[in-house]
Design a binder for this molecule. Structure first.
Ligand SMILES: O=C(O)CCC(=O)C(=O)O
Length: 353
């Protein structure tokens, strides 16, 4: 009798990154009701504490979200060779498992677009789809809505900070704004379940978003996690009718570190595919980014050197996802002589000398 081996074929682990499962579910996510005019202070608090919040009553039609998700799935369900025609993502287009040019990998495939009509139309010349015109129209409509939502959120944040209403939104609203849009698909990983030995498969590794603000919507499959202030990870329960907003690195710099650019990552669900759509609101390439004078307290020192968005983008492009990408722009402050003399005196006092 011939006994067939029950062993699974070895996994090609080039694209496999795993993590310990996280038990902590984020409860008490700040929920901002866009229909209520009194959300400014809560928004500022959410940006300071978590760098992350949820937006409801945003005015975006659920039907539009569902139509874009359906178009995206039609694309991702096509044969690999057809999808590859829209790649590589250099930087825009279709990508699979490789994220960026520096060796980051994840269990994800994606379509990345510049958030401008002309650029979207151009990209659609290489996108194979059963109804490319509908896909393009729905995508453009959705991206327009994301620009509106991100500007409305930024207006409220600005008011909450005591700035002019358009002080932040104008950076994203400008014709030259360098925003982009990403459709991610995380196929389920059921066939690998055993080989993962209880660990989670990384879909998108930990990172912060470099832009000003990101507006994320996913289907009802879980997977998103954010890092809390103490460095621990928390699961974000999905909500397909709402948007999750991330503070990006540029907004952290504009507020001189008062707001927190939130570190996040995505784990693959073993049974259900996750589809997410993210609008990354970025400024114009020539826009200078540095802490805003009007937000600096008396005597407060800038924590960052000034850079243009183009300089920061180029620097990010050379880094790995998990790097602290603001680090090359941080200013190390030594305490003033007077302050350190006071410290020394306090220390002497504490030592009883
Ligand atoms: O898929 C998600 O929910 C988040 C993905 C993400 O962080 C990204 O595309 O930058």
């Amino acid at each position: 009798m011939v006994v067939l081996s029950q062993q699974q074929p070895p996994l090609d682990n080039t694209f496999i990154r795993t993590c310990k499962p996280v038990a902590n579910t984020l409860t008490g996510i700040p929920v901002i009701d866009m229909a209520s005019p009194s959300s400014h202070a809560r928004l500022v608090e959410a940006c300071e504490e978590l760098g992350f919040f949820k937006v409801v009553n945003h005015g975006v039609s659920i039907d539009l979200m569902a139509r874009l998700e359906a178009c995206a799935l039609q694309f991702f369900n096509m044969p690999q060779a057809d999808k590859n025609r829209a790649g590589p993502p250099s930087p825009f287009g279709y990508g699979s498992k490789r994220i960026g040019p520096n060796g980051d990998v994840g269990w994800v495939e994606y379509l990345l677009f510049a958030a401008k009509s002309a650029s979207i139309a151009h990209k659609f010349n290489s996108i194979a789809h059963e109804d490319p015109d509908t896909f393009r129209r729905v995508l453009e409509e959705y991206v327009g809505e994301m620009r509106r939502v991100s500007c409305e959120v930024l207006e409220r944040i600005a008011l909450g900070l005591g700035l002019a209403r358009d002080a932040l939104s104008k950076l994203v609203e400008s014709e030259e704004s360098d925003s982009c849009f990403r459709l991610n698909h995380y196929p389920p990983c059921q066939e690998m379940f055993q080989a993962l030995s209880g660990r989670n498969l990384v879909g998108f590794g930990e990172h912060t978003d470099p832009q000003i603000i990101s507006v994320l919507r996913s289907n009802n499959t879980s997977g998103l996690q954010i890092a809390l202030k103490d460095g621990t990870w928390a699961l974000v329960p999905p909500d397909q009718h709402s948007f999750f907003i991330n503070v990006g690195d540029s907004l952290q710099v504009l507020t001189n570190g008062r707001f927190r650019s939130v570190k996040h990552r995505v784990m693959t669900d073993s049974r259900r595919s996750r589809v997410s759509m993210i609008y990354f609101g970025g400024p114009a390439l020539t826009q200078k980014i540095s802490p805003m004078d009007s937000l600096m307290g008396e005597g407060e020192e800038s924590l960052y050197k000034e850079f243009t968005w183009c300089e920061y983008k180029n620097s990010v492009y050379k880094s790995r996802l998990a790097d602290n990408r603001l680090q090359p722009f941080e200013i190390a402050h030594t305490k003033s002589a007077a302050a350190s003399e006071t410290d020394q005196a306090v220390a002497r006092g504490a030592g009883g000398q």
